[in-house]
Design a binder for this molecule. Structure first.
Ligand code: URP
Ligand code: ZN
Ligand code: ZN
Length: 466
């Protein structure tokens, strides 16, 4: 049989198995996994390399409307290129419904932003900020039917936060229509109270972002979200979990029989609140919510990665430029932490950090790495087995990793739109040296080697979490 491409001499790693074989690719699909394949237009030698499913980052913010003159640092071209540089082949950004908009209107805007610009495949979660009866009763069921099978809701942030009755209505509608709901769990009233107290004490530096959003505010909201989901019997995903207390809420809910998935992110493994505590305004670079916490929380999150509390490891890439009036150091943000836009870049660094700190340091097996960074995202968000695995018939979305390549992370190698990385100077061992989207090499040896932007929009099935 003549293939388009054969990858020879590598080690295939999936969420369940590690084995030596050649990979035969035709028309963008994996069509053979066998020894001694040998007729193809292109033969790639993967000696010494691991062949893994391309990363799926199911939590990224791209070109999301931020208001107040604040602008995200990435558009779809730069974010998807940066994602590919870091070994990803699919990203799932958020489409924000602003108040007063229909979900379809929001989708029209985001599709226009993404159109023809994506280097890798893309699929949207819809942020519901205005859960009217039309949105929940009419739009959501129709959108699930059309392949938009997940939504995110917020318990914090002005203009986004839903009240408990709105959360219940949204969860109930999601259960009926088959949408999976991601929940940002922080108690907004606690945060507002603590911000006001800091302001009364003339405490305005970036470090007060962390102390105004304590673990108790995250724990309480996590407990409430899980309780509300239990009342209406709806599966949920608790996103960007930062500490043990929130993890314990997830564990307890599972013991009660709830269907809940947990997600954590690199910032909760390698950053702490001390990173926000700088003499000048540098701490603004690390402002995100929930904030990075302390070393004990890092250790707890590692435990969660190892013991299955977390199903997903995502970046929560939400990039703003640091030294820019539309970014972290906007005029009001320079004066008061509450106006520093929340979010940090990380779509390119997610996989190398987990590989190096997790696999390299013996905390997790390679197969668990693949599950946490690709397969579970595909399963939870309705893309499996087209994406997230190496199997006959799956898309040939692959990342070829050199497990021994040592790289010092610097902003210039990441190709995102932000003017910094929170991980500047960190040495990681293990790097994706070739990234293939549907059988075509797009990144080779740290360089972007395809002029085309072949990323497509992915309609999704319903979640396997039900
Ligand atoms: O600070 C963060 N995480 N910004 C992104 C928005 C969100 O809550 O995910
Ligand atoms: Zn969030
Ligand atoms: Zn986010």
């Amino acid at each position: 049989m003549q293939f388009d491409t054969i990858i020879k001499n590598g080690t295939v790693v999936t969420a369940s198995d590690t084995y030596r074989c050649d990979v035969g690719i035709s028309a963008g699909k994996i069509v053979a996994l066998a020894e001694n394949l040998n007729t193809a237009k292109e033969i790639i030698d993967a000696t010494g390399l691991l062949i893994m499913p391309g990363g799926i980052d199911s939590h990224v913010h791209i070109s999301q409307y931020s208001g107040d003159g604040i602008v995200m640092a990435d558009d779809f071209a730069s974010a998807t290129l940066s994602a590919a540089m870091g070994g990803n082949t699919t990203v799932m950004p958020f489409c924000l419904q602003q108040k007063g908009m229909t979900l379809r209107e929001a989708l029209t805007d985001y599709h226009a932003l993404a159109k023809d610009d994506c280097h890798i495949d893309v699929s949207f979660h819809i942020i519901i900020s205005d859960p009217t009866s039309y949105v929940l009763g009419q739009e959501l069921p129709a959108l699930v039917h059309d392949g938009y099978t997940s939504v995110k809701i917020f318990m914090t942030y002005d203009g986004l936060r839903l009240r408990d009755d709105q959360i219940l209505e949204t969860l109930d509608s999601a259960r009926k229509s088959g949408a999976l709901v991601l929940v940002h769990c922080e108690n907004e009233d606690v945060i507002r109270f603590l911000i006001a107290r800091h302001e009364d004490n003339s405490e305005f530096a970036p470090r007060y972002h962390a102390s105004s959003r304590p673990a108790a505010a995250e724990r309480e909201a996590t407990h409430r979200a899980l309780s509300l989901a239990e009342v209406v019997d709806t599966p949920i995903v608790i996103v960007h979990v930062s500490n043990r207390q929130a993890m314990e809420e997830i564990q307890r809910a599972r013991l009660r029989g709830s269907k809940v998935a947990g997600e954590t992110c690199p910032q909760y493994l390698v950053l702490t609140a001390d990173d926000l505590d700088t003499a000048e305004l540098e701490g603004a670079k690390y402002v995100c919510s929930p904030p990075p916490r302390d070393q004990a929380s890092q250790e707890a999150c590692w435990e969660g990665i190892e013991n299955g509390t977390f199903d997903l490891f995502s970046s929560d890439h939400c990039p703003f430029r640091y030294a820019a009036p539309e970014g972290k150091l906007n005029a009001k943000g320079k004066e008061n932490f509450r106006w520093i836009p929340n979010g940090i870049p990380g779509v390119a660094t997610r996989l190398p950090i987990l590989f190096s700190e997790g696999v390299g340091k013996g905390r997790i097996e390679l197969n668990r790495f693949v599950a946490l960074t690709s397969t579970n995202h595909a399963k939870l968000y309705g893309l499996y087995p087209q994406k997230g695995t190496i199997a006959i018939g799956s898309d040939a979305d692959l990342a070829l990793w050199d497990p021994n390549k040592s790289v010092v992370i610097t902003n210039d190698i990441l190709h995102h739109g932000a003017d910094y990385t929170p991980y500047e100077g960190m040495t990681v061992q293990g790097w994706p040296v070739r990234v293939m989207l549907r059988g075509k090499t797009i990144i080779y040896d740290g360089k972007h080697v395809s002029e085309e932007r072949n990323g497509t929009y992915l309609k999704r099935q319903r979640s396997m979490l039900k």
